[in-house]
Ligand binder design. Structure first.
Ligand code: ZN
Length: 214
């Protein structure tokens, strides 16, 4: 299996900068504004945008893109803040096999797979359903798998100040598979380990064992 390891130290708790999202109201961010561009693209690839099957395609593509990039509009604080709880629990919390779909920013083609997210609380936990929600918010942006991995880990680190965070993502990239650069059976794996997951190999091993247990 070909793997790409992205384990790296957090820089002051912050990783790669989060791209600033243009606001929906700005010109160019509405589905309407996307439609003529899609029509133009259809022409440029040699198609006839007027033929029956393609007539409503620009509208559908524009709507789909709005959905697939909805993560730019999400407010992380709004999602997380009302689901923070004080607890006396300092064992590992693991949510594994979170299915996600994202788009690579280099080719605008899908990459998708599973995310496994764990943390060890230090007095504070977040509602369990918020973890898949975080994965979804960051997935619905143009992404690199490495940055997606870091953003999930760094957000939990910043919001919960836990003893550690671990994120592993396994994904298939259609930009590689459709162009023949990678076989169907070799997912790309990235990981980000913070705090005790980075410092303590036993904690890390426990996490990886739980992730791989079926
Ligand atoms: Zn790509």
């Amino acid at each position: 299996m070909k793997t790409k390891k992205g384990r790296s130290a957090s820089r002051n708790g912050h990783g790669d900068p989060v791209p600033v999202a243009p606001h929906r109201d700005e010109p160019g961010r509405t589905p309407d504004a996307l439609e003529p561009l899609v029509r133009e693209m259809l022409k440029l690839v040699g198609e006839d945008p007027g033929r029956e099957g393609l007539r409503r395609t620009p509208l559908r593509v524009a709507k789909a893109w709005r959905e697939l990039t909805a993560g730019y509009d999400a407010d992380i604080d709004e999602i997380i803040n009302d689901a923070l709880f004080t607890v006396d629990y300092n064992e590992m919390v693991l949510v594994k096999d979170i299915t996600f779909y994202s788009q690579c920013e280099h080719h605008l083609l899908p990459f998708f797979g599973k995310a496994h997210v764990a943390y060890i609380p230090d007095g504070k936990v977040v509602g369990l359903s918020k973890i898949p929600r975080l994965v979804e918010v960051f997935s619905r942006r143009l992404q690199l798998q490495e940055r997606l991995t870091s953003q999930i880990a760094n957000t939990l680190q910043d919001k919960l100040h836990p003893l550690g965070v671990a994120v592993v993502i396994e994904a298939r990239h259609l930009c590689m598979e459709m162009r023949g650069a990678q076989s169907l059976l070799s997912p790309t794996v990235t990981s980000k380990m913070l705090g005790c997951f980075q410092k303590d190999s036993r904690t890390r091993e426990e996490f990886l064992t739980l992730v791989h247990a079926r």
